[in-house]
Design a protein around this ligand. Structure first.
Ligand code: HEM
Length: 508
């Protein structure tokens, strides 16, 4: 049998170029092969269709006659079983697929998951658990822990050291995102930057966003920071107007963000519930224009105040060539990303009263004081370490195979920073202590702190966020005092309408 391949139990598979049954009732695989068995149990006999199926047919017919219920149950099981096998194979996470050499990739150990979904539900629950038990528990697997989440394989980076190695030093190979055709394509029309797989399509918006968020532009718009927080700051900068939105408008935008964060962390790349995503898309598409259309109209009429939208995105002299829809997504995404995150940080900030003392100088601090008020800068860093906004950061996906410390991460593996655990890598992590950041890098909020992600995909708004936090903390701790009696771990940061259990007094 020239060219035959030997399989298990000595079964020889021979090429015959036929398909299905061949004329001599010899059973053939779809792959055009006959089976000749040369093992002990069928010495040199060719397995024929009747040899295999006749006994089974007999059993089925007996069962049908004597135990009809058992027959139907067995038939249903026989139908479902292959479907489950196909689903398991189709959604097999990248880290469980075999490599070209036939071996499985060597990945760090991690928690067990359930078939098909892996650790999806555990991960979903992790963000809302105030104690983040599941995320904290991952350290028992080591500095890196592998979890399969639907068809994704995610490696949790549990120490600053491996975060720096994988996200920063190997950033060139770990800056793409998981494909999310529903969240990115259907719902965001491919415009939502942080949901895109590669940065190619956003090669233009990225520098444009950086124009807004660079040092020069921040100086120009700096004075607005003095009296506004979060949403109103970024709204004013991006769209030019003071925030004059109804509670319903704000709720809609915030819900959109919350739902996107959930999709972002838990989506497995594709979904049979396309209609659901399309509904979400229509909602997204209704919410955005209610913010954007009036601004566009003013800009067209020439009555718009200075703004990022007027002076950069839609200005004739700038190189930005995206469509009006592209511009809308860029501006609205800045507002989403910039307001909600900063708002959460400022909620947490109320917890620092008594830690940051008020100086004798009654002058209100300004952004120019950042260098002199390093303790306030350190407080902002400590806030983000102590109560991280991103308990895990969005995944950075390997665009090529990566060998690291004996492990082989195949292209497609996602890496996330386990910020809860990384933030706890210090003495007395539960103690709020800005002193730990007094290391000469206080004014660089991204130095040593991974709350803004890292590598090439680092948050484009981190300097703006830093300034917002600085000015807010500096003024609040100097002007106000407060008393609080609540468990800071269960403060609901997602809600805008819940009472904030802090009593605030004007100081002196
Ligand atoms: C305390 C406040 C903030 C925190 C903790 C934060 C955190 C983050 C994180 C973790 C990422 C993902 C980075 C990665 O994948 O490595 C991100 C991305 C992003 N952030 Fe922020 N952010 C904040 C404020 C802002 C502000 C004020 C803006 C804009 C005005 C902004 C705009 C963006 C944008 C556009 C992205 C997507 C970047 C990309 O995909 O390349 N963020 N942010």
């Amino acid at each position: 049998m020239a060219g035959a391949k030997t399989g298990r139990r000595g079964a020889n598979l021979t090429e015959n170029g036929g398909s299905g049954f061949d004329a001599g009732s010899r059973w053939t695989f779809r792959g055009h092969r006959n089976i000749h068995v040369t093992g002990s149990w069928a010495a040199n006999e060719t397995i024929t269709h009747s040899a295999i199926f006749a006994p089974l047919e007999q059993v089925a017919s007996d069962l049908h006659g004597t135990h009809p219920i058992a027959f139907y149950a067995a038939s249903i099981a026989a139908l479902i079983f292959p479907i489950v096998l196909i689903l398991l194979e189709y959604f097999k996470p990248v880290g469980k697929r075999r490599l070209k050499n036939g071996q499985k990739p060597k990945l760090p150990p991690g928690p067990w998951g359930v078939p098909l979904f892996g650790n999806l539900l555990k991960l979903k629950g992790a963000r809302s658990d105030p104690d983040q038990k599941w995320l904290r528990g991952l350290v028992r697997h080591g500095e890196m822990a592998t979890a399969h989440v639907g068809s994704k394989t995610i490696v949790f980076l549990n120490s600053k050291r491996v975060v720096s190695e994988i996200i920063a030093k190997r950033g060139g190979a770990t800056n793409t995102q998981s494909p999310m055709p529903m969240a990115s394509g259907v719902v965001s029309h491919g415009h939502r930057r942080s949901l895109l797989m590669t940065q190619e399509k956003w090669a233009e918006p990225l520098p444009v966003m950086h124009t807004l968020l660079s040092g020069t532009a921040l100086k120009q718009y700096g004075e607005w920071h003095h009296y506004r927080y979060a949403n109103s700051v970024v709204h004013r900068i991006a769209l030019g107007e003071r925030l004059a939105k109804s509670t319903k408008d704000l709720e809609d935008l915030q819900n959109l963000v919350t739902i996107f964060v959930t999709i972002f962390v838990t989506t497995t790349g594709s979904s049979p519930w396309r209609a659901h995503w399309e509904k979400l898309d229509r909602w997204n598409y209704d919410v955005y224009p209610s913010w954007w259309a009036p601004v566009l109209e003013q800009i067209r009429r020439g009555t718009a105040p200075p703004s990022f939208a007027r002076d950069t995105l839609l200005h004739g002299d700038t190189k930005y060539t995206g469509s009006d829809d592209d511009a809308m997504y860029v501006a609205m995404q800045l507002i989403e990303a910039g307001s909600d995150t900063t708002r959460e940080a400022l909620h947490i900030m109320a917890d620092v009263d008594g830690v940051c003392s008020v100086g004798a100088d009654a002058r209100l601090p300004t952004l120019a004081d950042m260098d002199a008020l390093r303790y306030v800068c350190a407080t902002a860093k400590e806030l983000l370490r102590w109560r991280p906004i991103f308990v895990i950061t969005p995944d950075h996906v390997a665009s090529q195979d990566i060998e690291f410390e004996g492990y082989h991460f195949p292209a497609g593996t996602g890496f996330v920073i386990n910020a809860v655990v990384v933030g706890d890598e210090c003495d007395s992590p539960e103690t709020f202590d800005p002193d730990r950041w007094m290391d000469g890098h206080e004014t660089d909020i991204a130095h040593g702190l991974w709350q803004f992600g890292g590598g090439r995909r680092i948050c484009v708004g981190y300097r703006l966020a830093q300034r917002s936090m600085f000015i807010s903390i500096a003024r609040l701790v100097q002007c106000l005092t407060s008393s609080l009696r609540y468990n800071s771990r269960i403060l609901n940061l997602e809600a805008t309408e819940e009472p904030f259990l802090v009593k605030v007094y004007v100081r002196g």
